[in-house]
Design a protein around this ligand. Structure first.
Ligand code: NAD
Length: 297
């Protein structure tokens, strides 16, 4: 069945996710503030429009993939927001990584308007978005997830129902705190081997088959030239930005303060990515933290 989908946010993740929905035969109208991203979407068979409100009114489903809480609140709430435009019953899916609190605020407002809404942040990086192998961490009503599943299946391969509204965001923040810590640990370990005269590929290959194995070693090696098709081997471009990781670690620390949990490594990692960003690397992929841990000249 062909559905009429509006997809808002055609960035590193949103563009390939929306393209997969197009390839699956859906009529997808894409929106982004960056005209070049919209053109790229149109070149791949996506629909474009100058009238976002009209597109939302005609949509069966609206999917958003935006940077942070404030963008999502801005997109959904207010007189010109998605909630004001959508027809009753339109399914809303926010795939952005935002605070649990912001997700619940939008979820409550959607419910008041009779609009089923899911928070459905993802894991798997730009490769997962391109290959349709993302993991979705979903918060919201089971009935809304049942309606969303055929579309999530096109973009991902693992779909978890974490609980009610906001729960997808909570588990996503736990995962990304761990990822941020693992990327620094992996970078440190490779750097230590290199400083002692080892080939970074040998160090990586051994650790990937030993007890230090983790996702960053498997598919996202931070050392340039060790793995193909990863941000480190293309100047740390086109992946998951340092500033987005910094945002997620900030969400983790806020969540820990609110709940009384202890996150010593999460807090330290947030500070390291913060220093890296302040040194001018905010727009680079987060694996560029490897550069910050460089050897002495
Ligand atoms: P991105 O910055 O590449 O893309 C976000 C896009 O949203 C940009 O193109 C921007 O122009 C657009 N945008 C912002 N406000 C808009 C608005 N009001 N209307 C239309 N477009 C708007 O970010 P990304 O890497 O695609 O990440 C998106 C979200 O997914 C973030 O919350 C991020 O934390 C999360 N995420 C990213 C990755 C990754 O590997 N990049 C992985 C998992 C989750």
């Amino acid at each position: 069945m062909t559905s009429n989908i509006v997809f808002i946010g055609l960035g590193n993740m949103g563009l390939p996710m929306a393209q997969n929905l197009v390839r699956a035969g859906h009529a997808v109208t894409g929106f982004d503030l960056v005209p070049a991203s919209v053109r790229q979407f149109a070149d791949g068979g996506g629909l474009v429009s100058d009238d976002q409100a009209a597109a939302i009114q005609a949509a069966d489903i609206v999917i958003t993939m935006l940077p942070a809480s404030r963008h999502v609140l801005g997109a959904y709430l207010g007189d010109a927001g998605i909630l004001a435009q959508a027809r009753p019953g339109t399914l809303l899916i926010d795939c952005s990584t935002i605070s649990t609190e912001a997700a619940r605020q939008v979820g409550r407002a959607a419910q008041e308007k009779g609009l089923p809404m899911l928070d459905a942040p993802v894991s798997g990086g730009t490769a997962g978005a391109t290959n349709g192998t993302l993991t979705f961490m979903v918060g919201g009503e089971a009935s809304a997830l049942a309606a969303a599943r055929p579309y999530l299946d096109v973009m991902g391969k693992a779909i978890f129902h974490a609980g009610g509204s906001g729960c997808g965001q909570t588990v996503k923040i736990c995962n990304n705190m761990l990822l941020g810590i693992l990327m620094i640990g992996t970078s440190e370990a490779i750097r230590l081997g290199v400083a002692n005269g080892l080939d970074p590929k040998v160090v990586s290959d051994v650790m990937a088959k030993s007890s230090g194995r983790n996702w960053t070693l498997d598919v996202y090696n931070p050392c340039p030239g060790v793995a193909e098709n990863v941000p480190a081997s293309r100047g740390y471009t086109g992946g998951f930005g340092v500033d987005l990781m910094l945002k997620d670690l900030g969400l983790a620390v806020e969540s820990a303060l609110a709940s009384g949990a202890s996150v010593p490594l999460g807090a330290l990692s947030r500070n390291l990515y913060s220093l890296h960003s302040k040194a001018g690397s905010g727009a680079l992929d987060f694996s560029s933290i490897y550069q910050m841990l460089g050897d002495k000249a």
